[in-house]
Write a protein that binds this ligand. Structure first.
Ligand code: NAD
Length: 463
């Protein structure tokens, strides 16, 4: 696998300040496949300076020209789709079909959506005797996780480019090759030097230096709630803008009027996709007491299709595998009933975890409260709608969710959920709909026009 031994700063690959490196491991083979430079505060400073220098020119570029660069970015991503998918498979472990359809297809669609939004957005409006301009927020620090390595990058970089911002990206240490490939694509798309910069390295070193840098105007972070809290505090101290896309513990609420078979099958597929490493996964399945045992049987049958090494990839790292196994053991210790899977390794090599279904999970159990980030589903019994709503809303998170049932009932229920997005009867993912969390799932929104607004600030001129 091709890796750069440099940082992409000011439109070129520049040697890193230190000779330290971070290994990239293929989680299916446990082999080191590449090494990338471990960025330091010095690299981050060089990248922020390059971004600041490029900002005035890019901010003044007409939106139509920014749209043209974004369209070129979308086309350059599409032209290298196979390489992107192969890279995601190597460093994340995503099965090839998922890597092609979701990990590659979604960011291409999102880049395209921002090419259109840059061309059509009203960056200027009249309000009474004022003209209100939407101007770029400035230099953006983009800090991204490994679970959807390219999507998380594009969901920040594309709207930032559309808005006229300059960017420094610090991608997750587990998936830096996708980020390096993305930097090549940005270069090919003709984005001016310094508008996009990449510093690889550890979160506690390069990530922290970037979040703290006084030359950054907005920190856009996607990752764990624990790190998000620290970044939010830093940004608060410096009075700078911050966007946080954090963890989740979403509920899949199956109302008595639902098509139970479909709701359970789609619910299991939703969690097993990407080996459960999806922040918006519906990891708590809420079923009425009258149909509970039927749902347990359906879930056991549905999960059998997810064979590790075939439809389900490994987890990203040994650390994540151990964490998820720890949660499975905790579920057993707290008295949940194991219906499928369990803590034992399903394969000799690779960071695989058995797709696991727990029944008799009560809302206060650890596995019903904490984000597991692995292929683990908890079936929780409810007595009536009020009980279901209290359980659905009964965590610190509020990122996503699903409701199944007669459409009017399902919508009425969804409107009472404390969460950022809800799929009704299996509604499709919409890359133009705002994505983001309530409560401790975050601050701010990504995707579509709402995502663009994160990178803009207003200026009003009165006449
Ligand atoms: P993480 O918080 O450990 O790391 C995320 C990024 O932050 C990485 O680039 C990391 O290097 C960096 N980082 C770590 N410590 C830092 C620090 N002190 N200062 C600055 N940067 C630092 O999260 P992860 O394990 O990579 O990702 C999994 C988590 O991300 C899960 O909790 C998941 O729910 C969440 N997530 C949320 C969304 C969303 O949109 N809400 C999407 C994907 C993942």
């Amino acid at each position: 696998m091709k890796a750069h031994d440099a940082m992409y700063i000011g439109g070129e690959w520049r040697p890193a300040a230190s000779t330290e490196t971070v290994p990239v491991i293929d989680p299916a083979t446990e082999q080191v496949v590449a090494r990338v430079p471990a960025g330091t505060a010095e690299d981050v400073d060089a990248a922020v300076r390059a971004a600041r220098a490029a900002l005035p020119g890019w901010a003044a570029t007409p939106p139509a020209e920014r749209a043209a660069r974004l369209a070129a970015l979308r086309d350059a991503l599409a032209a290298r789709a196979e390489e992107i998918a192969a890279t995601v498979t190597t460093e994340l472990g995503a099965p090839p079909q998922l890597a092609a359809a979701v990990h590659t297809g979604l960011p291409i669609a999102v880049a395209g959506s921002y090419a259109e939004l840059a061309a059509t957005h009203a960056f200027e409006e009249k309000v009474g005797n004022s003209t209100v301009y939407s101007e770029p927020v400035g230099v953006v620090a983009a800090i991204t996780p490994w679970n959807y390595p390219l999507h998380q990058i594009v969901a920040k970089v594309a709207p930032a480019l559309a808005a006229g911002c300059a960017i420094v990206l610090k991608p997750a240490e587990d998936t830096p090759l996708t980020a390096q490939l993305f930097a090549e694509v940005v270069h090919e798309a003709g984005v001016p030097a310094g508008v996009f910069n990449l510093v690889t390295g550890l979160g506690t070193v390069a990530g922290q230096a970037l979040a703290e840098h006084p030359g950054v105007d907005l920190v856009s972070f996607t990752g764990s709630t624990a790190v998000g809290r620290k970044i939010g505090a830093l940004a608060g101290g410096a009075v700078k803008r911050v966007a946080l896309e954090l963890g989740g513990k979403s509920a899949n609420v199956i109302l008595p009027s639902a098509d139970l078979g479909k709701a359970v099958a789609v619910g299991i597929a939703n969690v097993m996709s990407n080996s459960g490493q999806t922040c918006s996964a519906w990891t708590r399945m809420l079923v009425h007491a009258d149909r509970y045992e039927e749902a347990v049987g359906l879930a056991a049958a549905a999960v059998a299709k997810y064979v590790p090494g075939e439809r389900v990839g490994p987890l990203v790292s040994a650390g994540q595998r151990d964490r998820v196994r720890g949660y499975i053991e905790k579920g057993l210790a707290e008295g949940a009933r194991l219906v499928a899977g369990g803590p034992d390794a399903p394969r000799d090599t690779g960071y695989y975890v058995s797709p696991t279904v727990f029944a008799d999970v009560t809302p206060d159990m650890t596995i019903a409260q904490e984000e597991i980030f692995g292929p683990v589903v908890s079936l929780i019994r409810y007595e009536d709608e009020a009980d279901a709503l209290a359980i659905a809303n009964g965590t610190v998170y509020g990122l996503a969710g699903a409701v199944w049932g007669e459409p009017e009932e399902a919508v009425a229920f969804a409107r009472r959920m404390e969460t950022g997005q809800v799929d009704i009867n299996g509604g499709r993912f919409n890359p133009l709909a705002p994505f983001g969390g309530w409560k401790q799932s975050g601050v701010g929104r990504e995707l579509g026009a709402h995502g663009l607004a994160e990178y803009l600030q207003t200026k009003s001129l009165q006449f």
